[in-house]
Ligand binder design. Sequence first.
Ligand code: ATP
Ligand code: MG
Length: 328
Amino acid sequence: MPKARLLSGIQPTGGLHVGNYLGAIQNWVRLQDEYECLYSVVDLHAMTIPYEPGEMPARVFEAAAMLLASGIDPARATVFVQSDVPEHSELAWILSCVTPLGELERLTQFKEKSEEHKKSVNLGLLSYPVLQAADILLYKAEVVPVGEDQVQHLEISREIARRFNARFGPVFPEPRALLTRTPRVMGVDGQAKMSKSKGNGIMLRDEPAKVRALLKTAATDPARVRRQDPGNPDVCNVYTMHKGLSTEATLARVDRECRTAAIGCIECKTLLADAMVPVLDAIRTKADGYDREPARLREVLSRGAAHCREIAGRTMDEVRRATGLRRS
Ligand code: ATP
Ligand code: MG
């Protein structure tokens, strides 16, 4: 039996953070053997918010290096840069012609990002989910691992596939979302989801002292005001991070002792820092290796691009035939 194909992506919009690691990358690493995995650095998506063109190549390199440093294995998964495969943009246009406009305007990410970047609310920000649908459907991916923030977008991808198939014939499978074990890590201040663009994260590049300092300030169960108050790990962002990083024994202890107030938030955060620091150290060391030998990473990305272009070309042949476009 061939493995089902899976696709997911990460934007090169800034340094990667612990939310990206726990919500996306850690899960991607786990799925490498079960599915035929395609992981993309989605630079076309990153163009929807203001950016400095001169910085983009380094950001793309950094995001790709972080994926490999975090355990994505190019021998088992394909890693590629979205703009290396021009068919993403081509298919996005075609799909935009079967996308209901009203649904795009209702999406949370569009509302949040247009609020954040009031001076540059561009069409790309609105049609972001159409490009995302193209990313997935171009490879006929059946499975898309996502965090909570991407569930709405996946629904739109499914609807776009359905509408395309109804209008032009059955070309695309309907992709299904695979919600990650850690669907939402909140920012350090607990106010919003941890985000590259919000600057509220613990970055995978942060040094141990910075990680420990940030964790000391991290928001916990808001109902736990005094040291002797019992806490509720289910609503605590520090516990969410523990779940992705700590051993079963530490987890069980923190869960039990938080509820009885046997452990305070400060001690709980120290335990989390002890688990997080070595993980980030290992990622940083491996990523530094790619900085020293960039050719190793470039080679992975060009192999990835070649593989993806081949699949994309085949899908576009089918799409052109189905939609009545000329084939060159
Ligand atoms: P930006 O702020 O530029 O949108 P981001 O931090 O939201 O960046 P994305 O590149 O948009 O990161 O998302 C990459 C992946 O990381 C997606 O699968 C998304 O679901 C996941 N992800 C992002 N933030 C979190 C978070 N706080 N908790 C869990 N998963 C997250
Ligand atoms: Mg995002």
